[in-house]
Ligand binder design. Structure first.
Ligand code: COA
Ligand code: MG
Length: 278
């Protein structure tokens, strides 16, 4: 549902929201939380609602990031958006078991169609992520937030991300176990494109299904990183072709180019073609 690239856009900025529609992203996260100042929360909510009603978004998957459960604004955010058919889900910041349960109850009350994408960005959120996923059939994916997560741990945040490796691998395993989309944290250094590319490679290798961005200049790099390259696709095709030739006579294991090939290796090759949309 979320695809490989999602862009955050402040719900208070009609200009940026308008631009987001034109960008080659799979999902748009309209933000009412951290990118909106406290004295603009009501204005942003109205602005987003009007914008959603007025515009056409094609195939893009639309989410709104509401304010945290327990904040002065979240109830009104949910009430304003629960019936908006253009949205697929609410992105829930600082998510943990309690807040996912409360938001689920609230959406039930409104008889809303909306799914929930918990934003895992606290130590408690990470510990409770599995229970949060299991408590609500509305949870359709997860988003990781590295900035708040490191703030909640009281540790520094680096451009190379060693400090978030543990959280990332825990989340990708959880998401795979329950067949959920798993979106990686955005990379906030707007100009550091080589470091962004390296960060994306780590995310791909860990099993994220996509990554959020905060700036249009990051979209193409993220998209490319999540698409298998030609060499990977070619190799996958060769493996599958060799396997299909073999299976007639000797299903199971065989050697190709000096390496053992068996079922999991073929499964990985099939995963590669699937990711490439082939
Ligand atoms: N979505 C859509 N358009 C965006 C955008 C975004 N997230 N970020 C920048 N743009 C647009 C700008 O409006 C500008 O458009 P223009 O060329 O038509 O005038 C263009 O892209 C270039 O932007 P730039 O001048 O480099 O950035 P900026 O200084 O205007 O904005 C940020 C920098 C960080 C404030 C901005 O990228 C942003 O708001 N990002 C999202 C922040 C957010 O939602 N945070 C919460 C979640 S972590
Ligand atoms: Mg935050």
């Amino acid at each position: 549902m979320l695809g490989s690239v999602a862009i955050f856009v402040p719900g208070i900025s009609v200009k940026k929201m308008g631009k987001a529609i034109t960008l080659p992203v799979d999902s748009i996260y309209f933000d009412l939380e951290d990118s909106v100042a406290p004295d603009q929360k009501d204005e942003a909510r109205d602005c987003l609602r009007n914008f959603l009603a007025a515009r056409d978004f094609g195939q893009k998957c639309l989410l709104a990031r509401v304010n945290s459960v327990g904040s002065p604004w979240w109830n009104q955010d949910v009430a304003a958006l629960a019936g908006c058919r253009k949205l697929s889900a609410l992105l829930l910041p600082n998510a943990d078991l309690a807040s996912v349960s409360i938001l689920t109850d609230q959406l039930e009350r409104f008889d809303s169609h909306l799914k929930i994408v918990p934003l895992i960005e606290t130590a408690r959120g990470l510990e409770e992520a599995r229970e949060a996923v299991l408590v609500s059939s509305r949870v359709s994916g997860l988003q990781f937030g590295g900035e708040d997560y490191t703030a909640s741990l009281g540790i520094r945040r680096t451009l190379t991300g060693e400090e978030i490796a543990y959280a990332r691998v825990r989340l990708t395993n959880l998401a795979r176990a329950y067949n959920l989309d798993m979106m990686d944290t955005p990379f906030t250094a707007i100009q550091e494109l080589e470091l962004l590319a390296a960060d994306c490679r780590r995310a791909v290798d860990m099993g994220f299904t996509g990554k959020a961005v905060i700036h249009p200049g990051h979209i193409e790099i993220v998209r490319q990183a999540f698409r298998p390259d030609e060499a990977d696709i070619e190799k996958a095709r060769r493996l599958i072709a060799a396997y299909e030739q073999q299976t007639g006579e000797r299903a199971g294991v065989f050697a190709l180019d000096g390496a053992m090939i068996d079922a999991p290796i073929i499964q990985r090759a099939r995963n590669t073609l699937k990711k490439a949309g082939l």
